[in-house]
Design a protein around this ligand. Structure first.
Ligand code: PGA
Length: 236
């Protein structure tokens, strides 16, 4: 079932997202959260930090698996997704960092790292709630438009449009990594519940993903087949 929640703006989208995530942690204190980076979930993460600071949430038993990481960036590089997660969320709540997982962008054997990441997700029993943003090209995680959907965690060549979009965080576009490690569609589709957050600039691609044909050219379109998908869209 797909539930679409239309909110007035980014603040309201973030509030609804944070409430949903908080409910998950309250219902299952040892849940596995699938987490995403990017500008879209930043507001939601800061509201979760506020909830924690008010004593409303306890993350001590929560585990997390992040969707993706740039290949070639170390965890202390301020553009790495591990750094993002620590900075925006993990450093401010009582989650056990040993239970937080992000693919290792410096793995010497990237394919082995991807296989180990899938094994880890299996060991954790899969994801309870998967948070997603969406790229302008319809990517989720770094599953870029392709001829096929890829099930497993894999190494991906980033599209030019993705590199362009993400260059806003880097001093120079030449510094944006061209490859990434990303969770594949299996982990995402097997999550018990998926929460897709989309700001106003993503309205068209969300419409295409939810109402257009299911095709690997729009990776997020596969979510139409997910049994428990909530989409929160900011109208403005
Ligand atoms: P954004 O990125 O949240 O920074 O817009 C989303 C994505 O590319 O998946």
């Amino acid at each position: 079932m797909i539930k679409v929640i239309r909110t007035t703006d980014y603040a309201e989208m973030s509030r609804r997202g944070a409430d949903l995530l908080a409910a998950q942690v309250l219902q299952k204190p040892n849940c596995v959260l699938g987490l995403a980076t990017g500008s879209t979930p930043e507001g939601m993460y800061s509201l979760l930090v506020e909830k924690y600071q008010r004593g409303e949430l306890d993350f001590s038993q929560v585990s997390s698996v992040n969707l993706d990481e740039y290949y070639g960036l170390s965890s202390d590089n301020d553009q790495s997704y591990r750094y993002f997660m620590n900075y925006h969320l993990f450093d401010h709540i009582n989650i056990d960092k040993a239970k937080t997982h992000v693919p290792n962008g410096l793995a010497a054997d990237a394919d082995a790292e991807c296989a180990a990441y899938d094994a880890l997700v299996d060991e954790l029993g899969g994801v309870d709630l998967q948070v997603l943003g969406i790229g302008n090209n319809g990517h989720i995680g770094f599953n870029e438009p392709d001829e096929v959907f890829t099930a497993a965690t894999h190494v991906v060549e980033l599209e030019e449009s993705t590199i362009q979009a993400n260059s806003r965080f880097f001093e120079d576009i030449s510094q944006v990594p061209t490859k990434a490690l990303t969770t594949g569609m299996r982990t995402i589709m097997q999550a018990k519940r998926v929460l897709l957050l989309a700001g106003a600039s993503k309205k068209d691609i969300v419409d295409k993903a939810l109402n257009g044909p299911i095709t690997p050219q729009v990776p997020a379109s596969l979510l139409q087949l997910h049994p428990n998908l909530t989409v929160i869209i900011a109208e403005n």
